[in-house]
Design a protein around this ligand. Structure first.
Ligand code: SAH
Length: 281
């Protein structure tokens, strides 16, 4: 990536304008379409393989009290959700397996849990929403880029669902939430799952988490008019940041740190997120 205009500081217009040639390649709009049957088969094979070799976070989820994860209906709905994700173009096996493993219905109020596996964002209170399954899977796929992530930072814990999916594809997950009751909600949602590789923080994620930096992945679950510079500084070399950017019209942005003082950026698809806000509440 040598396009000078794409080096930082990037203006908002530089971030939001037409797509340009990128050297990243692997996350282009290329869509590999598989049938639901293939997806189910693949994910069954994955489950088989992973049950022999579970990550600690996956083992924790599997060992969670059976009333938490069990249930033929949620399991079947989750498998159907994964089949739909494959149709929508998600190809990363680790991400698909994580989406199949994490019980999304347990992160929402009982009144909404019947909709847990439809492809929609759902209210979690305080005018915030849990992101739709497709966008969670898409952002994680872009973030991973085929690798296992070591240390990841999420801005916007919300109810803790995405952090839990992240815990299945990254060794360590740090997640920050600015609304205290949502931070508490995520803590209580996660407690019974006993996942040891997630650290929840209450604070302003726009400041990042310097004490845990650098991160090889940073993901924002809320949209700012631009990506805070301080977050870019907390990326490791070769690290990736995925964020929605914009106000009414938002686009997913992928930013990669290519040297100590250079970052490259590419605009991906349109999206719709709640706003990124400064300070705490
Ligand atoms: N990943 C979440 C999605 C939550 S919605 C989930 O799986 O449920 C986005 C969240 O970002 C909201 O909870 C909102 O309060 C939070 N947020 C917005 N600005 C923030 C900031 N500066 N720091 C931390 N969290 C922020």
């Amino acid at each position: 990536m040598t396009d000078k205009a794409r080096r930082f500081p990037l203006s908002l217009s530089a971030l939001a304008d037409k797509p340009f040639k990128s050297s990243f390649g692997t996350f282009s709009s290329r869509r590999t379409i598989a049938t639901p049957q293939t997806a189910t088969k693949n994910s069954a094979q994955d489950s088989q393989r992973r049950s022999n070799q579970l990550t600690p976070a996956a083992a924790a989820l599997k060992q969670a009290p059976s009333n938490l994860t069990a249930g033929a209906l949620p399991d079947a709905l989750r498998r159907a959700m994964v089949a739909r994700l494959v149709k929508q173009g998600i190809t990363n096996r680790a991400v698909l397996t994580a989406m199949e493993l994490v019980p999304r219905h347990l992160f929402m109020e009982p009144g909404f849990s019947g909709q847990a596996y439809v492809d929609a964002s759902i209210p979690i209170g305080y005018q915030q929403t849990i992101s739709q399954p497709y966008i969670v899977a898409r952002m994680l796929e872009i973030l991973c880029n085929g690798r296992t992530l070591n240390r990841v930072l999420e801005i916007g814990t919300g109810c803790g669902y995405q952090a839990t999916v992240l815990s299945q594809v990254a060794k360590e997950v740090f997640s920050i939430e600015r609304i205290k009751p949502l931070h508490e909600l995520a803590k209580s949602n996660l407690r019974p799952m006993r996942i040891a590789n997630i650290r929840l923080h209450y604070g302003d994620g726009m400041l990042g988490l310097p004490q845990a930096a650098p991160f090889d992945g940073i993901i924002l679950a809320a949209a700012g008019l631009e990506v805070p510079r301080i977050l870019l500084e907390q990326l490791s070399l070769g690290g990736r940041l995925v964020a929605p950017v914009g106000a009414q019209q938002q686009q997913l942005q992928l930013i990669e740190r290519i040297s100590k003082s250079e970052w490259s950026s590419v605009a991906l698809e349109q999206c719709h997120f709640v706003p990124l806000r400064p300070g705490t509440a």
